[in-house]
Design a protein. Structure first.
Length: 495
């Protein structure tokens, strides 16, 4: 679990983390020797021009770290590296300036890393510990060239208050935290990203990011791809995992060439959260983002878009169970507001200043009928069964017009029982309300979005399916009954 090869493309911290964890509680000299031995076990060589032993600490001068089999692929250099025991941990304190030289094919890049902090770690036969603490951490691309010809690239990243902690055990448990108080970035890539059409530039900032991960029996996940039933076995053994991330918001600007035209974009976002839980044979995911604004220009056409918030919530079973389990899918988009320029592009300028809101909250009692795997869903029967469907919320709001709905239905014989039915064999009731529908239809017709030759049919459907309960307010009460009977406001559907 702790002796995996270190990628050559890793940056300074990523390259040094497993090295820091290699020093056990011991003298400074023993820590330095063990550090080099562990690096060798992972295919890395550590050299120094000189080493001073102060008893309580080792100070190595002129340190270089590089892969033993490809010495030019990545070289980390620093004027000095201090190694000193800290209780059960050993601290690595690199010099404030660290260099990173990378060679990929014919492209060579040189970075400078400026930092104020340290890495603390320890590794025993059964446990690993690692702590990061950097008041400041910055990366600068100093040069980039292909066969000696400059590429004109620029990359700058600045982090403040970078902290992290990791605790892991050989039996597959782990607890990880990582975060920073603030981050700023800027880059220019004249050749763009792989597959892009030209130069890409971007800059931005992010405030207060924090990530937490915890899990048990993680080592059992290695068999998921090749071993049928491995996921169930992991859950039976007590596997669970939880990942959460939060940010306090950020902003960014970018420009690039897309489909032969210039595209520029500016974004500003508020706080956001994400939580994923995998436990007891199921998963639950929740994501929420606060207000955000977007503005941009593409091929000479400018526009803006804002929203008050959005989110997604979903969850369901991951293993076969004899009983149905709760399933949920929900999303919401609150007060999305396109600028008049964007609306004019789709001939909807009359809606300028009016927002759009969408929401769906759908739950069900369902179960998997076959285990997840490479052949999942390939059979003739549905890979899952549904007993009951609950529509907690349906919302579509445009300006002062809105369509809402809610209700629940039980499927007779489950989802499999509906496969050969012309009409659903179910027992349930739903209520739908349309407020301001006539106003909205008149506006859509005036804009040409509803053709005149279809207007009569649309009005007939609205009035046929909805019962007036107020001024420009239609209600539809839909009843599903066993045997495939469906009524709307007490009358059978005319089809």
């Amino acid at each position: 679990m702790f002796h995996r090869p270190i990628p050559l493309s890793a940056a300074l911290v990523a390259a040094m983390l497993p090295l820091a964890a290699g020093a056990q509680q011991m003298t400074a000299k023993d820590a330095w020797d063990s550090l080099r031995a562990l690096a060798a076990d992972n295919g890395l060589a550590i050299t120094a021009q000189g080493v001073s032993d102060f008893g309580t600490a080792i100070e190595a001068r002129g340190v270089h770290i590089f892969p033993a089999d490809e010495p030019n692929a990545m070289v980390i250099g620093m004027a000095d590296l201090r190694v000193e025991p800290r209780g059960d941990l050993v601290a690595l304190i690199p010099s404030e300036t660290v260099t990173l030289d990378m060679l990929s094919g014919s492209v060579a890049r040189s970075f400078e890393i400026h930092q104020t902090g340290e890495i603390r770690g320890n590794l025993t036969e059964d446990n690993a510990a690692l702590d990061l603490s950097f008041g400041a951490f910055s990366v600068r691309l100093m040069s980039s060239n292909r066969r000696g010809a400059p590429l004109g690239e620029a990359i700058n990243v600045d982090l403040s208050g970078l902290d992290g902690s990791m605790r892991a055990t050989r039996d597959g448990s782990a607890d990880v935290t990582l975060g920073f108080a603030g981050a700023r970035y800027a880059y220019t890539l004249p050749e763009g990203f792989p597959g892009s059409e030209g130069a890409v530039t971007a800059s931005g900032a992010m405030d207060a990011m924090h990530m937490e991960f915890s899990g048990t029996e993680l080592d059992m996940l290695g068999a998921l791809e090749d071993t049928p039933g491995a996921l169930r076995a992991a859950f039976d053994a007590g596997f669970h995992a939880r990942l959460s991330m939060t940010t306090e918001g950020g902003q960014g600007s970018s420009s690039q060439i897309l489909q032969g035209a210039a595209l520029s974009m500016d974004t500003q976002s508020g706080p956001s959260t994400m939580t994923l839980n995998i436990a007891d044979g199921r998963f639950d995911l929740e994501m929420d983002a606060a207000a955000a604004q977007f503005s941009g220009d593409f091929a000479g056409v400018s526009g803006q878009f804002s929203m008050d918030g959005m989110g997604v919530n979903m969850g369901g079973p991951l293993v076969v169970t004899p009983d149905s389990q709760p399933v949920r899918y929900a999303f919401h988009l609150d007060n999305a507001l396109p600028s008049p320029e964007l609306l004019a592009m789709v001939n909807a300028g009359d809606f300028a200043g009016e927002s759009l809101s969408l929401a769906l909250d759908l739950r069900a009692d369902a179960r998997l009928t076959e285990e997840l795997g490479p052949d999942f869903g390939d059979g003739r029967t549905p890979p899952f069964d549904v007993d009951q469907v609950l529509l907690d919320q349906l919302l579509l709001r445009v300006g002062d017009s809105e369509f809402t709905g809610s209700g629940a239905a039980t499927l007779i014989g489950g989802l499999a029982g509906q496969m050969r039915q012309g009409m659903p064999d179910a027992n349930g009731d739903f209520t739908f309300d349309l407020v301001g529908g006539q106003r909205l239809l008149d506006r859509l017709t005036a804009l040409g979005l509803v053709p005149q030759d279809q207007l009569f049919f649309v009005r007939m459907m609205m009035n046929g399916l909805g019962q007036p309960v107020g001024e420009d307010h239609l209600r539809s009460e839909v009843a599903l009954r066993p045997g495939g009977a469906i009524t709307v406001n007490g009358a059978p559907l005319p089809f």
